[in-house]
Design a protein around this ligand. Structure first.
Ligand SMILES: NC(=O)c1ccc[n+]([C@@H]2O[C@H](COP(=O)([O-])OP(=O)(O)OC[C@H]3O[C@@H](n4cnc5c(N)ncnc54)[C@H](OP(=O)(O)O)[C@@H]3O)[C@@H](O)[C@H]2O)c1
Length: 318
């Protein structure tokens, strides 16, 4: 029986690395995994873990693939010896946080380029063949930052909101081709991601005004607490990918953590956005200066969500 050929972007660490291992080591022996990395010199941890998890020979192969580089995407595709990819996992991503006025144009461009343009580039490379074969699955690492705005994550959220639109649009189009698109919506996950986000921020933070710096400190404290209380291990998240992968009729969205759902529902329940904005502001910054429609306070909406889930989830910025 032919194995399911899976190609995953961003496998140097975190969710991509764990998903590659999980599939390659699956007891069914039914997956051939192409774990792709922007820089092949970072593949050591993946192979060490593959050895210790007993991935069978031939179940895992690494390829260089930088989603920002069309030539590298094409070269990786050409190295897939089966001549087809059954499951494409768009996972590579980059974060950015801080006051919007301190971001360099380069940092903004880079986040949009990796998270959005890079994914479009992957789809352009792999979708036409799936359409020809009238079969395929596209799994995307989504984020609660793509479902709701989060303070000090405006550019990251913009990139992840864009991915929501991209995936939803394709999900509407692709069923006649036998292709399914699924987003795995993640709350905070314990990976290298947060450490990379902080890189270089301290050097530029001083250029923001004092009140913004103070709010950013509050946000950071809140985020650390939420991360401490609610972050998931990547292994837990990879099981949700497996659920989507195995579903006969996959949904557009799967939630890695149920803790995201009250906020998702709050946004949908009040399309004006007022309830969400007020509730999130109060939760992160602990004051009542943001008000709902007509000056209504945030408390009623937040209260309805049921304390612990709500207070544990909102500030998780990724
Ligand atoms: N961790 C969270 O809390 C969280 C929550 C929600 C969603 N997510 C999403 O999950 C995905 C994976 O992140 P993670 O948490 O596993 O963090 P991670 O360990 O930092 O993994 C990110 C991966 O993306 C790769 N990447 C960055 N730029 C790339 C490029 N131009 N081409 C190819 N690969 C590139 C990184 O490679 P290098 O190591 O070479 O940079 C790394 O392998 C991201 O899309 C992120 O937005 C994360």
């Amino acid at each position: 029986m032919d194995r399911t050929v899976v190609l995953i972007t961003g496998c140097s660490s975190g969710i991509g690395l764990h998903l590659a291992l999980r599939l390659a080591a699956d007891p069914s022996r039914s997956f051939k995994v192409y774990a792709t990395l922007r820089d092949l010199s970072t593949q050591g941890p993946l192979w060490e873990a593959a050895g210790s998890q007993g991935c069978p020979p031939g179940s895992l192969k690494t390829l260089q693939l930088d989603v920002q580089d069309a030539d590298s995407v094409a070269a990786a595709r050409a190295h897939v010896t089966e001549g087809r990819v059954d499951v494409l996992v768009c996972n590579a991503g980059r974060g950015l946080h801080g006051p919007i006025e301190v971001h360099s144009a380069e940092a903004v461009g880079s986040v949009l380029d990796v998270n959005l343009v890079g994914m479009v580039q992957m789809l352009q490379a792999f979708l036409p063949d799936m359409k020809r074969r009238r079969s395929g699955r596209i799994l995307v690492t989504g984020s609660m930052g793509g479902l709701m705005g989060l303070p000090f994550n405006a550019v990251y959220c913009a990139s992840k909101f864009a991915i929501e639109g991209l995936c939803e649009s394709l999900a509407v189009l692709l069923p006649p081709f036998g292709i399914h698109v699924s987003l795995i919506e993640c709350g905070p996950v314990r990976t290298a991601f947060q450490g990379k986000v902080q890189d270089g921020l301290d050097a530029v933070l001083d250029s923001a005004d004092a009140q913004t710096q103070d709010l950013f400190s509050q946000y950071q404290r809140h985020f650390e607490q939420v991360f401490h209380e609610a972050a998931q291990d990547p292994e837990e998240v990879t099981e949700v990918f497996l659920t989507a992968l195995r579903a006969p009729q996959p949904a557009l969205r799967y939630f890695a953590s149920e803790r995201i759902l009250p906020l998702v529902r709050l946004r949908l329940a009040d399309p004006s956005g007022c309830s969400y904005v007020a509730a999130m502001h109060r939760t992160v910054f602990g004051d009542k200066s943001a008000q709902g429609p007509g000056g209504a306070q945030a408390e009623p909406g937040a209260g309805e969500l049921g304390g612990p889930e709500f207070s544990a989830s909102p500030a998780a910025p990724k």
